[in-house]
Design a protein around this ligand. Structure first.
Ligand code: MG
Length: 167
């Protein structure tokens, strides 16, 4: 197994809406009539992505590395968390090939913010923006997302060994 040149990872996160006036997605502040209930800044997209990175290398999950009860992460900027996970990835000799995120939300509208999100992802993952993908969809008013109770994000990443960069 350790000779594989590629590793794939996936992550999912869900957060509930609560009192507030904005949501943070991929490090972008999006004005909204509610906020996200969370120990950190509630960046559900970066949490899903961090879990995908950890998953690709079978390093557990962000709950283990950044526990809810740890005061160091109260209100934390999830981009710092993501960069910490990326340092774990690169220390082990891996780089990100691409990352693909799907945000499920009835509201707010995500489209106007996608370019900024991709830019943040590219910086934190140390890649070009053309390998960071952020997509958004509603759930046709079905389920907790459709009722506007929260946001869910799916993330997938491909990692490659640093010495075997694909063409
Ligand atoms: Mg989370």
């Amino acid at each position: 197994m350790k000779d594989l040149a590629f590793r794939v990872g996936q992550g999912i996160d869900v957060h509930r809406y609560g009192p507030g006036d904005h949501v943070v997605l991929c490090g972008v502040n999006i004005p909204y009539e509610q906020g996200i209930v969370a120990h950190s800044d509630g960046d559900v997209a970066l949490h899903a992505l961090a879990d995908a990175l950890l998953g690709a290398l079978a390093l557990g999950d962000i709950g283990q590395h950044f526990p809810d009860h740890d005061e160091r992460w109260r209100g934390a900027d999830s981009r710092m968390l993501l960069r910490h996970v990326m340092s774990m990835v690169s220390e082990r000799g891996w780089q990100v090939g691409n990352a693909d995120l799907t945000i499920l939300a009835e509201r707010p509208k995500i489209a106007p913010w996608i370019d900024s999100m991709k830019q943040n992802l590219a910086e934190d993952l140390r890649v070009a923006t053309d390998v960071t993908s952020v997509k958004a969809t509603t759930t046709e008013r079905l389920g907790f997302v459709g009722r506007g109770e929260g946001i869910a994000v799916w993330a997938s990443v491909l990692l490659y060994r640093q010495e075997t960069k694909p063409n």
